[in-house]
Design a protein around this ligand. Structure first.
Ligand SMILES: C[S@@+](CC[C@H](N)C(=O)[O-])C[C@H]1O[C@@H](n2cnc3c(N)ncnc32)[C@H](O)[C@@H]1O
Length: 274
């Protein structure tokens, strides 16, 4: 696993919660709010991958959205007939979501220790959240296993330690800031496919699928970081669209998505003499 750092200035020496709250308020403003974001869900890679598993569940199956952020996924899936609890550590985020979506259940909580009952969800998805704890992802996985019903599905996305990152780490010796200088803070873990597989398997899950997603976002990041293209240029966006189909996901894709299942209990074998 590889650590990503984010540069901090004096205004960012705030707590983790204050940092995520400030960050998410900015994202909401940029995206035009959670209500606008709902319409984009059916076209998202995560949705296309999870859809067949969700549709195989009984109607009314209960889902958990861990680190729900904009709350758009919780609202979308609840309205599709899968009551979804949106859980987030940010109190102000949850307060805003309760006002915006009174028909959807939201709660403040920590995905590492939710306090939710064991074996209580048919599916649990968490996009871009398990990787944000420097202690590692294990507690998130253990808690997911605990609260899922046997046979329940876990869907996660985490930053992909792709070939481009591996190359950069090997050859880029131009780091501007020393992480030990106090000018950077831990931001997230980046994982390879075998690392995600091992993490979930050690947590007791059967791993059903792991694949790179958000390839175009990775291409845009590469154009920006390796070639200096500003993100806002039309030329950058155009190049991203043209190049993406020709570049393998393993080279640049931004995230990895995994689908796993909490196994059903094995029937107890009876001996011959019984
Ligand atoms: C990168 S965002 C992802 C948001 C959303 N899942 C999405 O994909 O748009 C991470 C979210 O996790 C929340 N978060 C961070 N630490 C958390 C924790 N320990 N428990 C629950 N939520 C947490 C943040 O407040 C933020 O909303």
């Amino acid at each position: 696993m590889r650590k990503d750092f984010v540069e901090i200035d004096s205004t960012q020496s705030e707590s983790e919660i204050a940092f995520v709250e400030r960050y998410w308020t900015a994202v909401w403003e940029r995206e035009g709010g959670p209500k606008a974001a709902i319409n984009k869900i059916p076209g998202k890679a995560e949705y296309r991958i999870m859809q067949p598993y969700i549709e195989s569940l009984s109607p009314g199956a209960r889902l958990l959205d861990g680190g729900c952020g904009l709350g758009d996924w919780s609202a979308y899936l609840t309205r599709k007939g899968y009551p979804t609890l949106g859980l987030d550590i940010s109190r102000s985020t949850v307060a805003k979501l309760k006002e915006l979506f009174p028909d959807v259940e939201f709660a403040v909580g920590d995905i590492r220790e939710t306090g939710l009952p064991a074996d209580s969800f048919d599916g649990y998805f968490s996009w871009g959240t398990f990787e944000h704890f420097e202690e590692g992802l294990e507690r998130c996985v253990a808690e997911a296993w605990r609260i899922l019903k046997p046979g329940g599905y876990l869907f996660i996305s985490v930053p992909f330690d792709n070939f481009r990152h591996a190359l950069r780490a090997t050859f880029d010796r131009r780091r501007k800031v020393d992480p030990r200088s106090g000018k950077e803070r831990f931001y997230q873990w980046r994982l390879t496919r075998p690392e995600v597989r091992g993490l979930l398997a050690r947590g007791g899950f059967s791993v059903l699928d792991i694949r790179p997603i958000h390839k175009r976002q990775g291409v845009l990041r590469s154009l920006h970081h390796e070639f200096g293209f500003p993100y806002e240029w039309l030329a950058t966006k155009g190049l991203g669209i043209v190049l993406t189909p020709f570049i393998p996901g393993g080279l640049v894709a931004h995230m990895l998505m995994a689908v796993a299942k909490k196994p059903l209990p094995q029937p107890v074998e009876r001996g011959d003499g019984i």
